[in-house]
Write a protein that binds this ligand. Structure first.
Ligand code: ZN
Length: 267
């Protein structure tokens, strides 16, 4: 893609973030990898409704501006952390889409896989990155999730999604917001009933076959166990809705089996 076309595409996706109602004020940012340690990025302190191709700037791997007159946005370090850990990633999109960001603000991940197609597209969960102050600490908090995830909620912030193309990164962010809305509606209707455990292996296999998901080939550390849950209120009496913080039946069975095996070893 020519530089002019790429710039036009980045500006277009930045404006879409505003048009969809996923950012306000100067929120949100978009970047793409140019190669040779250079990245094209949206300018700081600019409404995403107003971004034009000629306002974009180029930064190096340290986040320093090497081209353009605007300043880089403050969250460029998070984008660069993603690029550093994921050589396959060509674009990163960040927004404060209201429902998904609401989950992050409530300390809730999209932890329970509830939609089959979303599992193929994004994996079984969209985790919540714990809050950390902006800068190096925020980058370190994000790092453990990068190997196995293509989108995250960030506590006190919003959604980050990345992909092998700008379109893919944008669509992943769109899907996270959509899943959050579905989870919220399900909660209002009595609780989110996740997919059955035996639904996951074929969906994850389909994900692998589609060449999606970095988890299989990633070398970075596994992400920490998700700390928050989708189900945010106790299940109604008699309901089979289970809070995700409780061990599920299969987890419970595995734990009991481990206990029995450990006890047998001791005897
Ligand atoms: Zn933000």
């Amino acid at each position: 893609m020519t530089d002019a076309r790429l710039r036009a595409e980045v500006a277009d996706y930045a404006r879409r973030l505003h048009a969809r109602g996923w950012v306000a004020n100067h929120d949100g940012n978009v970047s793409v990898r140019l190669g040779e340690g250079r990245f094209l990025a949206t300018p700081t302190a600019t409404s995403k409704a107003e971004v034009t191709a000629d306002q974009l700037l180029v930064v190096d791997e340290s986040g320093a501006r090497v081209q353009g007159s605007a300043k880089p946005f403050g969250e460029i370090g998070l984008h660069l952390t993603i690029y550093r850990h994921r050589s396959d990633v060509q674009a990163v999109v960040h927004a404060h889409s209201p429902t998904a960001s609401g989950f992050a603000s409530a300390g809730l991940a999209l932890e329970r896989p509830a939609m089959a197609e979303a599992v193929v597209s994004l994996g079984p969960t969209v985790p919540l990155v714990p809050y950390a102050p902006a800068g190096d600490a925020a980058c370190r908090a994000l790092e453990p999730f990068l190997a196995s995830c293509d989108a995250v909620l960030v506590s006190g912030n919003g959604v980050f999604a990345w992909g092998t193309t700008l379109e893919q990164a944008y669509l992943r962010l769109e899907l996270v917001e959509h899943l959050a809305r579905i989870a919220l509606v399900a909660q209002q209707l009595g609780g989110l009933r996740g997919l059955p455990d035996n639904a996951l292996p074929p969906l994850l296999e389909a994900r692998r076959k589609a060449g999606l998901g970095q988890a299989a080939s990633a070398t970075a550390a596994d992400p920490p166990a998700p700390r928050a849950v989708v189900a945010c209120a106790p299940p109604p009496p008699g309901s089979d809705v289970v809070l995700a913080t409780r061990p599920r039946k299969s987890d419970l069975a595995a734990m009991i089996l481990e206990e029995i095996q450990a006890a047998l070893k001791k005897t």
